[in-house]
Design a protein around this ligand. Structure first.
Ligand code: GBH
Length: 446
């Protein structure tokens, strides 16, 4: 077939927000600098057997110290938007109390550096690094944590609100629920399915409280949630598969979307959990109104579809990537964008994550020929382009990730970056995909 970087001739709307995304614990390192406290990911990654090769985020890609160089790389790529997250334990070491000025100063330097280079900052308030001190008091299983989060959000916004035009509350509440509490291969690693949905409710409540609080500080703020959504398809057309797919969609998508954007939990999920479940019992009068506080945009993260069989199990239909859970299906991007627009719009949309891990072998001339990533991004960009053509108000698209980084329980083995990091030297090297993306951005076309 044609070269993966051949042009498709698809022009994007003027000013489209081409971007890349990262998160604090995955890139910053410097876990003891400037008064940072510990998070559940410090604890988890330092617990033997929890991460591949015992990898931790202690050093990661040392972005905390190397951010000026990383900012220059973003400028070289031509990024229009950069999505990063703020580390809660840098701002409040124990998750409560007076904000730590040295922690805030780091993010001030970062956002100033973005503006100097003409890049729009997009800040996520929480990307899974719950302060360990709050975990010791119950973490997200405790309702109090939602109120602590709103206090933290207020402190961050007071310090940085003037310089960050777009805010996201909680990255992927579903992943905390499913990976932190059901499968428990993410921090805090507590396998307790009933509690998991109580955690879901408190994460949603925290989102709503933070939106309320920040909107009270500035009615012009732009803020929204960031959900990883999975289009769910029946594996066959039996009534059993259709019913199982519907419920699967409830847990994967509607649990979060319906509560935040429609003010109710899906009836099928509520019924499946039951009236005496920790989930049902954690919901207090007025909570859904808080969770449903109006938002200004909806952030969608898409990686893979799910095919559901009549017995509720899933099956693989497409080629996978180096991440066993990821099937390559660009059409899913079109399906999820058009679906949220139809069911929850009109509301501006942003893609805040999409990408894949590649083998990324360093070549003889320090080249990384990641043709698989070029083809993947090209096809997903094309699907987003088609959704825009069909009326979806998509304003920006952030590739996961800017740099290779600490991929949670998978450690450093999975490389997700546009930019290669040689972990021995911390040298950054643009992959073929980064050079390809540079041209996409410059031409505003795929
Ligand atoms: C995103 O999660 C994260 O926001 C980001 O930090 C991460 O680096 C990136 O994607 C790449 O993974 O054992 O079946 O539960 C994406 C959601 C959560 C989906 C972890 C896969 C593990 C597979 N992912 N989950 S499973």
């Amino acid at each position: 077939g044609p070269e993966p970087d051949a042009r498709l001739g698809l022009a994007f709307p003027e000013g489209f927000g081409w971007g890349a995304a990262t998160s604090a614990y995955q890139i910053e390192g410097a876990t003891k600098d400037d008064g940072r406290g510990e998070s559940v990911w410090d604890t988890f990654s330092h617990t033997p057997g929890k991460t591949r090769n015992g990898d931790t985020g202690d050093i990661a890609v040392d972005h905390y110290h190397r951010y000026p160089q990383d900012l220059d790389l973003m400028r070289d790529l031509g990024l229009r938007s950069y999505r990063f997250s703020i580390s809660w334990p840098r701002i409040q070491a124990d998750g409560t109390g007076e904000p730590n000025q040295r922690g805030l100063d780091f993010y001030r330097r970062l956002v100033d550096g973005l503006h100097e280079r003409g890049i729009e900052p997009m800040a996520t308030l929480f990307h899974w690094d719950t302060p360990q001190a709050l975990q010791d008091k119950g973490g997200w299983a405790s309702r109090a944590t939602a109120y602590r989060f709103a206090d933290y959000a207020e402190a961050v916004y007071a310090a940085l609100g003037d310089a960050v035009p777009v805010w996201l509350t909680i990255n992927e509440p579903k992943t905390v629920v499913q990976n932190g509490y059901i499968q428990a291969h993410h921090a805090p690693g507590i396998p307790d399915e009933p509690t998991a949905y109580q955690v879901a409710h408190h994460l949603q409540l925290a989102h709503g409280l933070a939106v309320q609080r920040l909107r009270g500080m500035n009615s012009n703020i732009r803020i929204g949630p960031a959900f990883n959504l999975h289009p769910c398809y029946p594996a066959d057309d039996s009534p059993e598969a259709l019913a199982a797919t519907r419920l699967y969609d409830g847990y994967e998508n509607r649990l979060y979307l319906d509560s935040a954007l429609r003010g109710h939990y899906p009836a099928d999920v509520l019924a499946a959990q039951g009236p005496d479940s920790p989930f049902a019992k954690s919901i207090q009068d007025g909570d859904l109104e808080i969770i449903n506080t109006p938002v200004d945009l909806l952030a969608v993260q898409y990686y893979t579809p799910i095919y559901v069989k009549g017995d509720g199990s899933t099956e693989q239909r497409h080629a996978t990537t180096k991440a066993f859970w990821q099937q390559i299906y660009p059409e899913g991007m079109y399906d999820i964008l058009t679906r949220v627009h139809r069911d929850y719009g009109p509301i501006p949309l942003t893609v805040t994550e999409n990408g894949l891990p590649c083998p990324d072998v360093l070549g003889p001339e320090n080249d990384i020929d990641d043709v698989e990533r070029v083809a993947f991004l090209r096809d997903h960009f094309a699907a987003a382009h088609r959704a825009i053509g069909d009326g979806v108000p998509l304003e920006s698209y952030h590739v996961w990730s800017l740099l290779d980084n600490f991929e949670w329980d998978q450690g450093y083995e999975e490389r997700w970056g546009l930019i290669y990091v040689d972990y021995a030297t911390q040298q950054r090297i643009l992959k073929r995909s980064a050079r390809w993306y540079q041209r996409v951005i410059a031409e505003n076309a795929v």
